[in-house]
Design a protein around this ligand. Structure first.
Ligand code: TRP
Length: 863
């Protein structure tokens, strides 16, 4: 700022030196200015002059840098009726103020309006012309007394305003812009004298970001013109939308000087990108070449979001644009009415501005004719005197969309009201040092600056006009949608508004049903780089691409995501597991062999069948207890075996059902005891057979050696050992029911935990030992000659028994789960059945079907 200040102070002294030097020249004009560019402007004298800068041409001719001759006065081309209208609005406002005697009683306002050609070179030239053109004889107090120009209205484009504001700033000359929206101009340090009647882009950017968010677009593109307005706008917009997780697919800058190559590149980008929403921060003139090319290449399906600079652009309203630009949406500054303006506009006539090239050009362009000494050579038709503006329908006379014009109007009134306040200042109550007031005849621009900053009034539209500390008004926009009018051209339909005054979060108000989108759609267009991720999946970043482009990855087992677009999957709590689609944690499946499932039912039935079968055998044996075969087989032992078999069958049922502490304790103990009981009985039986045939101690019968007493003792002893093992086991570390969540992640397996493997294997091993002894003994006596070969059957049964239990070991050691339990039960049942069938069925067969064999003779092997 200090650098700038130094520079402009320097500039000012140079300017004054030039003025002073030229003043010394003989008799000739008293002052000579730096800028004698023969610019033609709209001028009117008055006590206080207001400068006006309007881009009355679209472009400036690229200057000849040779300096072989004096630079041309106006290097501008492309007459802009809209801007010419703005200039007329300024004139109109000043006229209105001057005609109201109660407003600024003794003082008349004058103006100096020049063309800024939408270029900062021209704007600067115009500024200097306004500031110090002493040749004009408009004011007799020029060069002395008050400054000639105390305030400026303008400029239009932000870049031009920046240049002008930097020039005016050090001189403390207030300027009020009607169209410069760049947020950068809100910096009071840099632009202390800048004010505007148009809201800062800070708000427009917020509004666009909210709009984009509102419609769920996350993948947008941006183009801008190549100046402060465009670059600042898009940069701020990108920052703002990225805060909301929206990505900008690409950002292209339209060159200031037409460059077909660049335009083609940009159009290609637009065509090939998946981003169908394109935000354009640009003036209509700058955007024109691009949109022309879009139309030329027949690119449809792009939903344009317009910035305030082109949302009401008449340039694009002809029907041929509708297919491409229809549906465009954007924010326009509020419109207002200026009563009496239309008539004023119609009064403009070359005859009231003799030798004024601007008005001449206006007239010639309007009626496509030439007014004598025109520099436009090609026009040959001479303008006739009868032509009037009445009935002419074009941008100039169209006063239906007074938005920027209205801003100009407000700006002029703001200056007038400031002057009024200044004049009405009461001595000793003034704002300046020692409570002084400004002297109207010696008025300094900084004094007016103070009043502009403070001004606040309600205008004829009942709108309050004032400037905040940044020199900005309260932001308020209309949301405009481009729809087809009856004649096929584009009309600007308001579909909502954005009002800063409504408070944060409530600013945006959209009538969605009224919007017609590009391609005559009523459905909101979509623009996303990647479709959103459904619950059950999460976003997976694609390396090197914006965050809006992602892959949807399914959550892992046991993890879920229950929202769309989740960034991460959440782990399910313990005992819970993800469902198939991974959007919900469901309780883990509990697995155990239950009575309710087919396998449980079948096994139970088989066990019960075994019990019944054994009971039947008991009954048969009991019924035929007096027959030789039963008696010969030591009926007491037989019954004991059968009873323990019933126990074996029953114990298999304990294995079915949900494991509980008691159930787990019972499982192994009942199993161990009943089996060891059973095997020890069989062992006894084998011993008896062995004794009967092998022991040949003279004079002793086997009854004496191994009689019932010994037998009972052996059985009890064998059983007791197992009981002791079990008791030790239960007291040391009893088996317990536990939830196995480790083994299978999606399931809770309820099982009986065996803490002491030693005890467990002792129980099993003991049974195995008994079975082995039994087998060996039985094997030993299997060939003994008796017709009813008990030993053979026992050998056989033990063989099966062992086979089953050896097969059973892997099942024990292997994975937990209900099938393992089923295998265990199967082993128990099949071994029980093998014992039952091998030992008892042959006897039952003889008893029931071959009763003739049920005799002592047969048993003794003698027929
Ligand atoms: N609001 C815009 C700005 O601040 C208006 C604008 C854009 C403009 N491009 C323009 C005005 C070209 C005049 C000429 O710059």
């Amino acid at each position: 700022v200090w650098e700038d200040f130094k520079m402009y102070s320097h500039l000012r002294s140079i300017l004054l030196i030039i003025i002073a030097q030229s003043a010394q020249g003989s008799g000739e004009p008293v002052c000579r200015s730096l800028g004698n560019f023969e610019l033609s402007g709209l001028l009117q004298e008055g006590d206080i002059i207001i400068g006006g800068l309007f881009p009355m041409h679209y472009r400036v001719v690229v200057p000849d840098l040779g300096y072989m001759h004096k630079p041309r006065a106006s290097g501008c081309y492309g007459f802009d009726f809209r801007s010419f209208r703005w200039a007329q609005v300024m004139r109109y406002a000043i006229k209105e103020i001057n005609e109201d005697p109660s407003f600024l009683s003794n003082i008349t306002l004058g103006y100096k309006i020049y063309d800024s050609c939408a270029t900062h070179v021209a704007a600067l030239r115009a500024t200097f012309t306004i500031l110090g053109n002493p040749e004009d004889t408009l004011s007799n107090i020029t060069c002395t007394g008050t400054h000639s120009v105390l305030a400026f209205i303008g400029d239009s484009g932000s870049s031009q305003s920046i240049v002008v504001a930097k020039v005016l700033g050090p001189f403390s000359i207030p300027m009020i812009s009607y169209f410069s929206t760049c947020a950068c101009l809100g910096d009071k340090q840099e632009f202390p004298t800048f004010f505007r009647t148009i809201p800062s882009d800070m708000f427009q950017i917020k509004a666009i970001a909210q709009l984009v968010k509102h419609f769920g677009w996350t993948w947008i593109a941006a183009v801008s013109e190549d100046d402060d307005y465009g670059r600042y706008g898009i940069q701020a917009l990108t920052e703002e939308v990225e805060k909301n997780g929206i990505c900008v697919a690409y950002y292209e800058i339209i060159p200031k000087v037409y460059n077909r190559q660049r335009i083609l590149e940009i159009v290609k980008k637009i065509k090939n990108s998946s981003a169908k929403i394109v935000v354009a921060f640009s003036g209509e003139g700058e955007l024109y070449p691009l949109l022309e090319e879009v139309v030329h290449q027949n690119i449809t399906g792009i939903q344009w979001i317009a910035s305030e600079a082109w949302i009401t652009a008449a340039l694009f309203s002809p029907p041929k644009y509708y297919r491409f630009l229809g549906g465009t949406i954007g924010f326009a500054v509020r419109r207002g009415d200026i009563p009496g303006l239309k008539n004023f506009l119609l009064t403009v006539h070359p005859s009231s501005f003799p030798n004024n090239s601007l008005v001449k050009e206006f007239w010639e362009t309007m009626f496509d004719c030439t007014l004598g000494t025109s520099h436009s050579i090609e026009q040959s038709i001479k303008c006739t005197g009868e032509k009037t503006l009445e009935g002419k329908n074009n941008l100039y006379t169209d006063i239906t969309q007074l938005r920027i014009s209205y801003n100009v109007y407000k700006g002029v009134y703001a200056i007038a009201h400031s002057l009024k306040n200044l004049i009405n200042c009461k001595q000793n109550k003034g704002p300046f040092i020692n409570k002084t007031c400004a002297d109207i005849t010696q008025l300094e621009p900084w004094q007016l600056q103070h009043y502009v900053q403070e001004v606040s009034f309600v205008n004829s539209m009942r709108e309050e006009v004032n400037f905040d500390e940044n020199g900005d008004p309260i932001a308020s926009y209309d949301i405009i949608n481009w729809q087809r009018s009856k004649d096929g051209s584009i009309q600007f339909v308001p579909v909502g508004r954005f009002d800063e005054a409504e408070g944060v979060g409530h600013e945006l108000l959209i009538d969605e049903d009224a919007i017609i989108w590009n391609g005559e759609q009523t459905k909101v267009p979509e623009s996303v780089c990647s479709e959103s991720c459904a619950p059950g999946t999460r976003k997976g970043i694609r390396e090197g691409e914006p965050v809006c482009c992602f892959d949807c990855l399914p959550c892992a087992d046991g993890e879920i995501s229950n929202q769309t677009d989740s960034v991460e999957c959440i782990k399910c709590p313990e005992d819970y597991w993800s469902n198939q689609q991974r959007f919900q944690c469901i309780p883990k499946e509990i697995e155990y062999l239950s009575f309710k499932e087919p396998m449980g039912i079948v096994l139970t039935l088989v066990a019960l069948f075994g019990v019944c079968l054994t009971t039947t055998v008991i009954l048969v044996f009991f019924y035929y207890r007096s027959t030789p075969i039963v008696r010969a087989n030591n009926s007491e032992l037989s019954f004991l075996i059968l009873l323990s078999l019933i126990l074996c069958f029953l114990c298999s049922i304990i294995f079915i059902g949900q494991p509980t502490t008691w159930n787990c304790i019972l499982r192994y103990t009942v199993f161990g005891i009943s089996f060891s009981l059973c095997i020890s009985c069989i062992l006894c039986k084998t011993v008896v057979v062995l004794m009967a045939f092998k022991v040949t101690v003279p004079g002793s019968s086997i009854i004496k050696l191994f009689g019932p007493v010994q037998q009972r003792a052996v059985i009890s002893a064998c059983g007791l050992i197992q009981v002791i093992i079990c008791i030790v086991w239960l007291t040391m570390a009893p088996p317990y029911a536990f939830k196995n969540t480790q083994y299978q992640s999606g399931k809770i397996i309820l099982e009986c935990g065996v803490e002491s493997a030693l005890a467990f294997w002792s129980v099993l091993g003991y049974i195995g030992l008994l079975a082995c002894i039994c087998f060996l003994l039985a094997f030993f006596v299997r060939k003994l000659p008796d017709n009813f070969n008990e030993a053979k059957y026992i050998t056989f049964s033990m063989l099966i028994f062992s086979a089953v239990w050896i097969a059973f070991i892997p099942a024990y050691v292997s994975s937990p789960g209900k099938y393992t339990v089923a295998v265990q039960i199967f082993a128990i049942l099949s071994s029980s059945f093998s014992l039952l069938t091998c030992i008892f069925f042959p006897k039952c067969y003889i008893i029931l079907l071959k009763s003739e064999n049920n005799s002592k003779q047969f048993l003794m092997g003698r027929k």
